[in-house]
Design a protein around this ligand. Structure first.
Ligand SMILES: NC(=O)C1=CN([C@@H]2O[C@H](COP(=O)(O)OP(=O)(O)OC[C@H]3O[C@@H](n4cnc5c(N)ncnc54)[C@H](O)[C@@H]3O)[C@@H](O)[C@H]2O)C=CC1
Ligand SMILES: O=C(O)/C=C/C=C(\O)C(=O)O
Length: 480
C-alpha cells in the first residue's frame, strides 16, 4: 500500500499524529493509498520552513525563480502518463481527460507563470515637474494555497505557480480526497532542485490542516478554490486577521442558446459543458436556456447526443463519464435528482446510479441526467449540484433569458450561443458572471482574469491579476 507523506523543508516527513486516512479509488471503491492525517503541529513545521526559506527565495531574480518553475513544467511533461494515471486513480475521471487536459494544464500553469513573471513590470507615475512615483510589487512572505478535488493537480499548480513566481514561499494543502498528484509533484520538486522550504505540502482534512493554516499569524494570504460554504468559513477567519484573500467558489452557470446559433456546434458544446469531468467543474453549464422556436429541436438533438455518452471504467479509451469523486458526493448528487423530481421536474434522461461489471462494480457512477419543466426559481435551478445533472429551460425573450440566467446567488461563468454579434456583446454585458464565453466554452487564455461575481468568489486569478494578488504594492514618491 502506498503511504503518502507530507513534504516539509524539502524532505518527505511523517506527520505528528502518526495516523493515516484511507484514500479511495472512486471507480473501484477500493483503498489504494493512505494519506497523513496531519494537524496543526505539521502546519506549524511547514510554516516555519516556509518562513525560513522566504528571504533567499524572494531575493532570487525573477529569471532564476522562473527557471525552477519551467523545470518543474518540463518534468511534468516527462511524467505525463504516470501523473495522468495517478489523477484518474485518485479522482475517477476518464484517463483521456487526465492525459489531455489536467496534466498538460498543470504543466502550462508552471510554464506560464515561470515565463510570465519575467515580464511582470510595475507602474510609475510622473507628476509634471513635481515628483516621480514608482511602485514596487513585493512578495508577501508565506502564503497558503488550498485546492479542491475536482481538478487536483490542475488547480494545485494554478495557485502555487503564481505564488512562487512572485517570490513567496508556500504551504499548500491539496484536497484530502485527491492528494496523490500533489505528492508526486513533491517528488518532482526534489528532482528540479527546488530549494528546501520554498514549497511545503501538508496533507489532511480541512478542519485539521486547512483551518490552522488559514489562522496562522505568519500566513499573509490565502488562495482557496472549493465550495462556497468553506469559502465563507475561511473569509470569517481571514477578515479580522487582515489577510489577503482570493476565493474561487461555486457556480450555477447558464448556457444561453438563441435560435440563430450554429446548431451542430452548439449542441456538441452544450453536452460537453454539461457533463465534462462528470459535471464536476465549477464552470460547467448546468442550466441550458434555449430560445422558444429552437427548444424542441435542440432538446431532441441534445438528448440524442447524451444517449451516446458512455459511463464506464475511467481507464477505458471509450469512456466519456467516469466515476464521481466519492460515495458522499454521489449521494449528494442523487439527493438533488430526488429534489428535482419533488419540485415537479420531468426526467428526460438518466437519473440512476450505474452499476458496472468487473473491477468497477462498486464504483460511484451516475448516468448523465437531464430535466425539464422546472422554474428558474427552484432549488434545482439555483443551487450548485456539481455533478452530471442539468436542466433545459425555454425562454421567449432576451430579457427573460437574462432574468433566468442571473437568478442565482452565483455569478461565475456563462456561455452565449448566437450568430448575432451585437446581441452577443449586449447579453455578455448584462450577464452577472465573471467569465462569459460566446460560441465556445472553457476556452482558456491564462492571461485573462478568472473568477466570479456574487457568491462565486472574491478576487481574480490568472495573468497579472494573480501576480498582483501574491504581491504587495509599495509606492515610493521622489520629489524632484
Ligand atoms: N468551485 C469548485 O471548484 C468546487 C466546488 N465544490 C463544491 O463544494 C461542495 C463540497 O465539496 P468539498 O470537497 O467539501 O469542498 P471543500 O470546499 O470543503 O474543499 C476544498 C478544499 O478546502 C479544504 N477545506 C475544507 N474545510 C476547510 C476549512 N475550514 N479551512 C480551510 N480549508 C478547508 C478541503 O480540505 C479542500 O482542500 C461540493 O459538493 C461542490 O458543490 C467542491 C470542490 C470544488
Ligand atoms: O482555470 C480553469 O481553467 C478552470 C478552473 C476551474 C475551477 O476553478 C473549478 O472547477 O473549481
Amino acid at each position: 500500500m502506498l503511504h503518502l507523506q507530507n513534504f516539509i523543508n524539502g524532505t518527505f516527513v511523517p506527520m505528528a499524529s502518526g495516523n493515516y486516512l484511507p484514500n479511495l479509488n472512486p471507480a473501484t471503491a477500493e483503498v489504494f493509498s493512505q494519506l497523513p492525517d496531519s494537524d496543526e503541529r505539521d502546519v506549524q513545521a511547514a510554516v516555519e520552513a516556509a518562513e525560513a526559506a522566504f528571504p533567499a527565495w524572494s531575493m532570487l531574480s525573477a529569471e532564476k525563480r522562473g527557471r525552477y518553475l519551467i523545470k518543474l513544467s518540463e518534468l511534468i511533461d516527462q511524467n505525463l502518463e504516470r501523473l495522468a494515471e495517478a489523477e484518474t486513480t485518485d479522482n475517477g475521471k476518464p484517463l483521456k481527460l487526465s492525459r489531455t487536459v489536467d496534466i498538460p494544464r498543470a504543466s502550462s500553469n508552471l510554464y506560464f507563470f515561470g515565463t510570465g513573471v519575467q515580464h511582470f513590470a510595475s507602474e510609475s507615475h510622473f507628476m509634471e515637474g513635481v515628483a516621480v512615483n514608482y511602485t514596487v510589487r513585493r512578495p508577501l512572505g508565506v502564503v497558503a494555497c488550498i485546492s479542491p478535488w475536482n481538478l487536483p493537480l490542475y488547480l494545485f499548480t494554478w495557485k502555487i505557480a503564481p505564488a512562487l513566481a512572485a517570490g513567496n514561499t508556500v504551504v499548500a494543502k491539496p484536497s484530502e480526497i485527491t492528494p496523490y498528484t500533489a505528492h508526486l509533484l513533491a517528488e518532482l520538486c526534489l528532482e528540479a532542485g527546488l530549494p528546501a522550504g520554498v514549497l511545503n505540502i501538508v496533507h489532511g482534512t480541512g478542519p485539521k490542516v486547512g483551518a490552522p493554516l488559514c489562522e496562522h499569524p505568519l500566513v499573509k494570504a490565502i488562495s482557496f478554490t472549493g465550495g462556497t460554504q468553506t469559502g465563507k468559513t475561511i473569509a470569517r477567519t481571514a477578515a479580522p486577521l487582515f489577510k489577503k484573500l482570493s476565493l474561487e467558489l461555486g457556480g450555477k452557470n447558464a448556457t444561453v442558446i438563441f435560435a440563430d446559433c450554429d446548431f451542430e456546434k452548439t449542441v456538441a458544446t452544450a453536452v460537453q459543458a454539461a457533463f465534462a469531468n462528470q459535471g464536476q467543474i465549477c464552470l460547467c453549464g448546468s442550466r441550458i436556456l434555449v430560445e422558444g422556436p429552437l427548444y424542441e429541436k435542440f432538446k431532441e438533438a441534445f438528448l440524442a447526443k447524451v444517449k451516446t455518452l458512455t459511463v464506464g471504467d475511467p481507464i477505458q479509451e471509450g469512456t466519456n463519464l467516469g466515476a464521481l469523486v466519492s460515495e458522499a458526493h454521489l449521494q449528494k448528487v442523487q439527493q438533488y435528482i430526488s429534489l428535482a423530481k419533488e419540485e415537479g421536474g420531468t426526467l428526460l434522461a438518466g437519473g440512476e446510479r450505474v452499476h458496472l461489471e468487473g473491477r468497477c462494480s462498486k464504483g460511484y457512477f451516475l448516468q448523465p441526467t437531464v430535466f425539464e419543466n422546472l422554474p428558474h426559481t427552484c432549488r434545482t435551478n439555483t443551487e450548485e449540484i456539481f455533478g452530471p445533472v442539468v436542466t433545459l429551460q425555454p425562454f421567449e425573450t432576451e430579457e427573460e433569458a437574462l432574468h433566468s440566467a442571473n437568478f442565482t446567488p452565483y455569478g461565475l461563468a456563462a456561455s452565449v450561443w448566437t450568430q448575432d454579434l451585437t446581441r452577443a456583446h449586449r447579453v455578455a454585458h448584462a450577464l452577472q458572471a465573471g467569465i462569459v464565453w460566446v460560441n465556445t466554452w472553457l476556452l482558456r487564455d491564462l492571461r485573462t482574469p478568472f473568477g466570479g461575481m456574487k457568491q462565486s468568489g472574491v478576487g481574480r486569478e490568472g495573468g497579472w491579476e494573480a501576480l498582483r494578488f501574491f504581491t504587495e504594492a509599495q509606492n515610493v514618491c521622489i520629489k524632484l
